[in-house]
Design a protein around this ligand. Structure first.
Ligand code: HEC
Length: 104
């Protein structure tokens, strides 16, 4: 029982760490143009986890940040936790089938 609890605890902490890194990246690179209102507007283009990932990737490449797939996922994860609340398939980084691989 203790072990199970510990496992849950570690997973929760890990997922918080991902979201925190995503938050930092977002605040540093993305917030100059938009804050919360962009993610809460009524006619938003993000409608599920896949389109959220696609938009983060689109902006990231628009402004040439050269993020890794993991950083893209972190920011999407942060935005999802904070604003969107979609269910995320798999855990961190495993939902590659939704995203086209970034050209290296
Ligand atoms: C140069 C200004 C600018 C920067 C920098 C920018 N964005 Fe945006 N973003 C916009 C504008 C304008 C829109 C709405 C119009 C559109 O989608 O083309 C938008 C829309 C979005 C949306 C869609 C919101 C919705 O639900 O419809 C997401 C998600 C998003 N941006 C994420 C990001 C992320 C992540 C970054 C940082 C990597 C970023 N943006 C950087 C200007 C910017």
């Amino acid at each position: 029982m203790k072990r199970v609890l510990l496992l849950f605890f570690l997973l929760a902490v890990q997922s918080m760490a991902y979201a925190e890194r995503g938050e930092l990246l977002y605040e540093t690179h993305c917030q100059a143009c938009h804050g919360p209102e962009m993610h809460q507007r009524s006619r938003r283009i993000v409608t599920d986890w896949g389109t959220l990932l696609a938009q983060v990737q689109r902006w990231e490449s628009n402004i040439n940040l050269n993020w890794s797939q993991e950083e893209i996922t972190d920011v999407a994860h942060y935005l999802n936790e904070r604003y969107y609340g979609f269910s995320e398939p798999g855990h961190h980084g495993e939902q590659i089938d939704h995203v086209q691989s970034k050209p290296q």
